[in-house]
Design a protein around this ligand. Sequence first.
Ligand SMILES: CC(C)(COP(=O)(O)OP(=O)(O)OC[C@H]1O[C@@H](n2cnc3c(N)ncnc32)[C@H](O)[C@@H]1OP(=O)(O)O)[C@@H](O)C(=O)NCCC(=O)NCCS
Length: 334
Amino acid sequence: MWKSSAAVEPLAVDEVGAIDDFSLPYRQTLRWERPSDPPACPTAFLGQVQYPRPGNTSLAWGARVEGQPVGILSIGVGDGEEGADIVHFFVHPDFRRRGIGSALMASAAQLLQGRRVLSASALVIDPETGSSSGEAFAEATGAVCRTRYQRLTLRIEAGSIDSGRDHPGYETLRWRGGVPPEYLPAFAQLSSSLAAEEAARSDSKRAPEKTDGEKIDALYKSLQMWGYRTYVSAVRHVLTGELVAYSSLGLAESHHRHASQWDTIVRPSHRGHGLGASLKRANMSWAMEHEPELTTVTAWNAIGNDAMVHVNESVGFRHDTGGAVWEWNVSGLT
Ligand SMILES: CC(C)(COP(=O)(O)OP(=O)(O)OC[C@H]1O[C@@H](n2cnc3c(N)ncnc32)[C@H](O)[C@@H]1OP(=O)(O)O)[C@@H](O)C(=O)NCCC(=O)NCCS
């Protein structure tokens, strides 16, 4: 029996009001958890539930105490996949340690029978103890830590980001809002090889995500629905015409000073020439032409990905916090 008197109910993910009710407690929770981070963007919160990643179906449960929304669990369930991913999971700080988080998880687990794994990212907040409520909860409920990450932040001083040096024999391409159709297959191939490299550094039991041009196109359309302004720079090898690298970042609708650095990959046969660092600089510098208020960029790197940490540090990124991907065995959650 749960210790809480909270009512946990499935939410109609296509009804804006049903999800939007949880936007205010979500923003309050994030402000409390991470006071120095930019406030959560309501459009991204809502969009990520309403418009799931390509190939995923969205499910959500809300917890209320005396009618007041206090917590949400939303997940994306991949078609034909053995696992599911947590998109949002929080309980307002005033209502914790009453079993509400566990009750939300149990509701999800009932619907996920037949799937083996539920994955989530948890942010480590307390630099003294290296732990967080998310990690403590994950450990207590039987999750296993699969990959540890460090977060690095770049603080941009005036003129500190140049547009990267020129690399003879290579040409830089820049796209806003998505990837042009002619580059989608090559971009998807790079993205899949990045996912395979990440998987090799992880203990995850899930297969790495394979993508294709159609899925990449759909992903950037989803990002637009979530309100993100996206910037992608890619490198083309002039002699062969081959796309050999890309770097992407995005700003949430309500963010003007803060961007999230996403993927950066250089094809293995073109590594060792400084393309990665130059490309990252070039992409940020180009984004700044359109985002003049941009002052911080955060990036997540898997522990053990020394090459990417080195690239980021050479650009000026510095470690600030950490996180991890956790996996639950679904059958253990009911
Ligand atoms: C993680 C979170 C959703 C848990 O919600 P909750 O309602 O407090 O969870 P429960 O009450 O069901 O906790 C179940 C057990 O987890 C453990 N636990 C949860 N929070 C803990 C904490 N801060 N410290 C130590 N143990 C904790 C306890 O063993 C607890 O059982 P107990 O209270 O009987 O000892 C909530 O802390 C939260 O919103 N955190 C911030 C967002 C986040 O990290 N989300 C999770 C990503 S995986």
